[in-house]
Design a protein around this ligand. Structure first.
Ligand SMILES: Cc1cc2nc3c(=O)[nH]c(=O)nc-3n(C[C@H](O)[C@H](O)[C@H](O)COP(=O)(O)OP(=O)(O)OC[C@H]3O[C@@H](n4cnc5c(N)ncnc54)[C@H](O)[C@@H]3O)c2cc1C
Length: 576
């Protein structure tokens, strides 16, 4: 491994929606930019996003950015920072039109406007009834976003380093100076010297056993930030999506319910009517996931088992084939059943990290309770926490978040690069990465059993329902795993396409993230959004209307807190 050095004003780590929009904005501002991605960019998880992107265009019925803002804040269980939410909901509208002008093939209304459909938690007039706000391209919205942005980046001469796996961030004297990356094809370490670095590395759902997340979603960016002394925000909030394919976790988009799909228990009952009488199956995901577990616990799972049914049969063949084509294929391929005629077995699946690297609304990474920015370091997309989703994200709001704050990151970086000189690279910047990669040469622990242990106990002990007892058990287990992981080994010692080596690196990342997740969850003695404590079932604003910041130092987790920004909407009881 030798250290080849590259120099670009701006380095974007991640070729998903957040990274590509940032790179596009940078290149449009003539900033020399490179995108590093461990995957070929169009294979990023953004491409798996099915249902849609929320924006109050009002094409099908009256809608306003302010209603979108209200729904997002209420959906977040009042933990979102309202100044950031307001920006997101306003800029969502121009972002969708910009995507349209960049060539994204949205579905159309008969008059030729961008079509829109319903999604969970999105309502008109502050909660009166569901509203059609999600803009979509069939159930391939994310795929279309990625293709559109990638083409535009190529056109604007963004330089791509595909299959470059970032291992570390280079920071000295409170200035970020670049990254260290491992070239998957050759096994060499490369140093990328930059004035500014953006992490847009996506989520960490692979921490859990049943998940909708792709294999690559191992929270690398978050873990690297954590190891560089940056605290992670609100990691106790991890969203479970109600409609994962039973046992596999593959996602069946909320668009199924947006188009009129219904969830039923063993008695055939549409049970969400009991829990959320106004918006029923379109209640936010944290609520629907909990209700599924409650039905199962009360013996109303299908055949007494741990799943329920998603019923699309009343929608008719045409709606299913035209508006949910990919989902129909998944159901046919993976379950061997026909959604036009059959009920689909579903269970909640780990889906989305609300927490992440703390940023301000210009996507600068902030490192303490006072919002101090780390010079030259930016984060956007699912790995960041700005925080627009608070304790629970609404469907379609991630695509809005990654694009709005991805673009903002690109613009802030462009300004910063124009007024800043390169800070010198510290000598031996690649040493910590080299040590990390070399540690697997000896040792006796194998990757697979440790990973499956982690995924199982996180699912069982730190999942939809939590208690002090379960979380303490999880903490003991994660600490044991951390210890065991220092003795990890790999059998493939080759330099070329050594995916086992990277599996080991990714496992270490997941273990650190699981640790801060469990500690943050144990400390928060209330229930809010996706964090549900059976021993503290009520939300407690007096004590807990605040963001968690968890940092890792000297092999222990330290927690601190910062206030939530409340502008327009005072916290209320969350009823649907
Ligand atoms: C099945 C599914 C369906 C979804 N549907 C919707 C939807 O309809 N609407 C919605 O709003 N949201 C949806 N979401 C959520 C949304 O798609 C994601 O939150 C969002 O796309 C994340 O985008 P991103 O740009 O942050 O990261 P990603 O698209 O995940 O991209 C991450 C990038 O980082 C790179 N990377 C990661 N680690 C490294 C490393 N160490 N070195 C180099 N590169 C690295 C990867 O190669 C990749 O290019 C869905 C999610 C899933 C899983």
């Amino acid at each position: 491994m030798s250290g080849t050095i590259h120099q670009f004003d701006a380095i974007v780590v991640g070729g998903g929606g957040a990274g590509l929009y940032a790179a596009l904005a940078l290149s449009q501002n003539k900033v020399p930019t490179a995108v590093l991605s461990k995957l070929y960019p169009t294979r990023s998880h953004t491409g798996a996003a099915q249902g849609g992107i929320g924006a109050a265009l009002g094409n099908k019925e009256e809608d306003h950015a302010e209603w979108h803002m209200f729904d997002t804040v209420k959906g977040s269980d009042y933990l979102a920072d309202q100044d950031a939410v307001e920006i997101m909901c306003q800029e969502a509208v121009e972002t969708v039109y910009e995507l349209e002008h960049l060539g994204l093939p949205f579905n159309r209304t008969p008059e030729g406007k961008i079509d829109q459909r319903r999604f969970g938690g999105h309502t008109k007039e502050h909660g009166k009834a569901p509203v059609q706000r999600a803009c979509f391209a069939a159930d391939r919205t994310g795929h279309m976003i990625l293709q559109t942005l990638y083409q535009q980046c190529i056109k604007n001469e963004v330089k791509f380093f595909d299959e470059f796996h970032v291992i570390d961030l280079i920071v000295q004297d409170k200035v970020c100076r670049g990254v260290v990356a491992y070239a998957v094809q050759t096994g060499e370490l490369h140093l990328f010297h930059a004035k500014s670095v953006l992490f847009a590395t996506g989520g960490s759902g692979r921490m859990f056993k049943i998940t909708s997340n792709a294999h690559a979603l191992t929270g690398d960016g978050m873990a690297i930030a954590l190891r560089n002394g940056i605290p992670l925000e609100d990691m106790e909030f991890f969203q479970f999506h109600p409609t994962g394919i039973y046992k596999m976790g593959i996602l069946l988009s909320e668009a199924c319910r947006g188009e009129g799909g219904i969830i039923r228990n063993n008695n055939g009952e549409r049970f969400m009517e009991r829990y959320a009488p106004t918006i029923k199956d379109l209640a936010p995901r944290d609520i629907v996931s909990r209700c599924i577990y409650l039905e199962v616990r009360d013996g109303r799972g299908i055949g007494g088992k741990d799943y329920v049914h998603l019923d699309l049969t009343h929608l008719g063949k045409e709606v299913i084939e035209k508006k949910l084509p990919d989902i129909s294929d998944f159901v046919r391929t993976y379950m061997g059943i026909d959604p036009v005629k059959d009920l689909i077995p579903i269970q909640p699946t780990a889906h989305y990290a609300m927490g992440g690297i703390p940023t301000n609304f210009n996507s600068e990474v902030v490192v303490d309770e006072n919002g101090t920015a780390l010079k030259g370091f930016y984060a956007a997309g699912e790995c960041a926490c700005v925080s627009v989703h608070g304790a629970n994200r609404l469907g379609t709001n991630s695509l809005v978040d990654i694009l709005v704050f991805g673009r903002r990151a690109g613009l802030s970086m462009a300004n910063y690069c124009k007024e800043t000189e390169f800070s010198p690279l510290p000598s031996n910047s690649e040493e910590p990465s080299r040590a990390l990669l070399n540690q697997f040469k000896s040792g006796s622990e194998r990757i697979a059993p440790l990973r499956s242990d982690l995924q199982s106990f996180m699912m069982d002990l730190c999942g939809v329902f939590r208690t002090e007892k379960l979380l303490k058990e999880a903490l003991t287990k994660v600490k044991t795993l951390k210890e065991r992981s220092t003795n990890l080994t790999i059998s493939d010692k080759s330099q070329v396409f050594n995916s086992e080596l990277l599996d080991a690196v990714e496992l270490l990342n997941l273990i650190d993230l699981a640790w801060v997740t469990v500690e943050s969850a144990l400390a928060r003695t209330e229930s809010r959004g996706a964090h549900y404590r059976e021993d503290y079932p009520k939300r407690n604003d007096a004590q807990w209307l605040k963001h968690t910041l968890a940092s890792l130092s000297n092999d222990s987790v330290k927690l601190s807190y910062k206030p939530v920004k409340i502008t327009k909407f005072q916290p209320q009881e969350r009823k649907y």
